[in-house]
Design a protein around this ligand. Structure first.
Ligand SMILES: Cc1cc2nc3c(=O)[nH]c(=O)nc-3n(C[C@H](O)[C@H](O)[C@H](O)COP(=O)(O)O)c2cc1C
Length: 318
């Protein structure tokens, strides 16, 4: 059976979201955490630790993701994460954000192929020793990448580099850094990777329907997984429907239960109404596509400054 992975979305797919999603919907084989940024302090932030705390995550299906351009920091993070029992760690080589790219991290590192090669060499060279020292099994190392920073043709050299290492899975988001999340997908380059990648490929980008999923698996026969971000947030039934083999109508009751559970948990863990509403509004920026004929209420939700106003707008919607 081909598989669906939930993409990491900073500010959206935290452990609360992932656990609640799996409670009400599911159909997802792997849940990637938003990136953790190991650095010279050799400490995870509280937010980061929540995302890898085995008490708050299913270690069998959760894949912690790391963003760094330093192999020593990467290996330090492995030495902390592997002993918790995680089987895979993902390397973020795709983040397009200006602040990240300015530090030559994420898709910024793709512009420096020699540096990229060196870091991957050092990571794979040091992995066994670091895990042995930590008394942990060696996790699989997967990569999530864009095609390049300034031009898609950078990808040919980048893929040659990836092909030198035992990458467990290579997820490709076929855009370059300056495309952000808007410009059309550059499918020809995924086709190229399909012909030339040594690592098993995962497709990511703009998958929104069961037809999109089926079409991807039909076109790329040996691709065994698609990673979905916004499409699966907007329609949380998508992976479940795919597993069941048919698209179902949007279930408003189930969605309301899911929503209410999320709201309750964020009220418990975040202090103050503003942070709770901020978090919920991030979801609504994506959820709103399901409610396109309720523009006025969605506007009220997005403008609410107090939880009471937010709830009264919600009552109008449901
Ligand atoms: C708000 C937001 C936050 C994101 N955070 C991350 C992240 O932490 N790590 C990562 O690898 N990709 C991140 N991404 C990229 C997504 O994982 C995914 O590659 C992108 O949304 C394209 O897939 P989609 O069209 O299915 O949404 C983020 C995207 C968005 C829109």
């Amino acid at each position: 059976m081909k598989q669906i992975y939930l993409a990491p979305l900073e500010g959206i797919t935290d452990s609360i979201y992932r656990n609640t999603f799996s409670k009400y919907y599911g159909g997802v084989a792997k849940y990637f955490t938003p990136f953790l940024s190991p650095n010279s302090t050799h400490k995870f932030t509280t937010r980061e630790f929540k995302d890898i705390d085995p008490e708050k995550n299913d270690i069998k299906t959760t894949v912690p993701q790391l963003l760094t351009n330093n192999s020593e920091h990467f290996l330090w993070a492995v030495s902390k994460i592997a002993p918790l029992g995680f089987k895979e760690i993902n390397f973020n080589l795709g983040c397009p954000s200006g602040t990240v790219v300015a530090k030559n991290k994420g898709s910024g590192l793709l512009y420096y192929p020699e540096e990229l090669d060196k870091i991957l060499y050092e990571i794979f060279d040091g992995l066994d020793a670091v895990c042995a020292k930590a008394g942990a099994n060696v996790p699989a190392i997967s990569i999530k990448t864009r095609l390049g920073k300034n031009a898609a043709d950078e990808f040919y050299e980048i893929l040659d580099i990836y092909n030198k290492y035992p990458i467990s899975e290579l997820t490709i988001h076929p855009r370059i850094q300056s495309d952000f999340y808007r410009e059309p997908i550059r499918i020809d380059y995924f086709d190229y990777a399909y012909e030339h990648s040594m690592a098993p490929l995962v497709f990511n980008g703009e998958i929104k329907t069961i037809d999109d999923i089926n079409e991807t698996f039909r076109k790329y026969d040996t691709v065994n997984a698609v990673m979905i971000g916004r499409g699966l947030i907007a329609n949380p039934q998508l992976a479940m429907d795919y597993a069941a083999g048919k698209e179902s109508d949007f279930n408003h009751d189930l969605f309301k239960q899911f929503h209410d559970d999320l709201l309750k948990q964020y009220i418990e863990v975040l202090s103050g109404e503003k942070p709770v509403l901020h978090r919920l509004k991030e979801f609504w920026a994506i959820w709103q596509v399901q409610f396109s004929d309720h523009e006025k209420v969605i506007k009220k939700i997005r403008k609410s400054n107090r939880i009471a106003d937010y709830k009264s707008a919600l009552n109008e919607l449901f």
